[in-house]
Write a protein that binds this ligand. Sequence first.
Ligand code: HAM
Length: 417
Amino acid sequence: MIQLIKGFKDILPDEIVLWQYIEDTARALFEDFGFREIRLPIVEKSELFSKSIGDTTDIVEKEMYTFEDGKRGNVTLRPEATASVVRSYIQHKMYAEEPVRKLYTIGPMFRRERPQKGRYRQFYQIDAEVFGTASPYMDAQIIFMLVSLFNKLAVQNVSAHINSLGCPVCRPDFQKALFSLLESQKDHLCENCLRRSEKNPLRTLDCKVPSCRNALKDAPSILDFLCGDCQSHFNTVKDLLTRQNIPFDIDKNLVRGLDYYTRTAFEILTTSLGAQNAVAGGGRYDGLVEALGGPSQPAIGFAIGFDRLAEIMAQNRTLPPKNPKIYIAALGDTCRNLAWGWASDLCLDGVQTEMDFEERSLKSHMKRADKFHADFVLILGDNERENGHALFRNMESKEQISVPLDDLVPQLIKIIG
Ligand code: HAM
């Protein structure tokens, strides 16, 4: 038997109830905040990701599903959504329509990571991006919206962590200071950090290898290097979050795994998922639109790990499955023929109705109705049909009434309210 590939998974109907609930809640909230949905291709030119996420990131160096596509050259299954949203924003000149553009998208992403709990090779993100404003008010609003979604979903054991990654004016000084420390600690660094120390020293700050952690315990804080503008931007974000009662931790080592960030960076961390503790992440990326060939437009956004969110929610909640309201037990050909139309009409009227088209005894029909957890059973045998009535049974109270066959569907709808 052919099995699915490790790191990929099926999301089965029982789980989908929760996924749909999360998706519906996110959509409604985002739309209220002025976001509009955008759907993008899963495959893009590889250079879109290397230019945006960064050549020296884990994602671009080793995790992308890239293949050659004839004349088109190398194409990649998107490892994240931001680059594609930016590409589309530039391509369709959305900046010319509205000064501030808010977009969201939901869909699968692909990273060839080592699979483990909470980490998959195909995973889903709920992604939101805002273009056209550099205001710290937007940073605070985005974080507020994200935290509010977790609150609406009643997710527990999560906390917001924020940092500022500075800007092209102040970050180089910090990188220099960090690089000096890395040079002096060379002998204690893992291979990855050694390689990174020159090209991308910031990334050494979230290395999990104990010797690196120890070597970097006295690392300078980027927050001490912020220029005046970045400092005041960060202060405003913190003040606004405090004013809105959003609890947060400042984490000077929060550097994110993608290179496009400037200023505010944030993550929502959970204690419920073992090593994979980030359930959402994002930040400002004021230089990316221009770097990808668009006009100079500031931007900020985040992505929620949908799989991880669903997993933590499933730990302490089950949603009622979507069971049929009515099960129709029609006995014999003539009754089946008559009831078939009612079943379709009831479904069309929004009453989920199941009907088994096989020839069965009444007992076996009732067993099926029980298995479906149907609220009501409509019974039609030749006797009932000849009397011009069907029996309608409430499965909880066991009460059974007779309903005239004329205009049956509207009557049933009235009875079940
Ligand atoms: P990211 O931190 O790489 O950011 O991913 C966001 C979230 O996606 C993570 O916090 C995690 O929950 C989930 N995630 C990432 N990789 C996996 C995986 N292999 N399996 C399961 N879940 C995973 C971004 O992707 C940025 N594009 C976010 C952003 C939007 N920044 C600005 N705008």
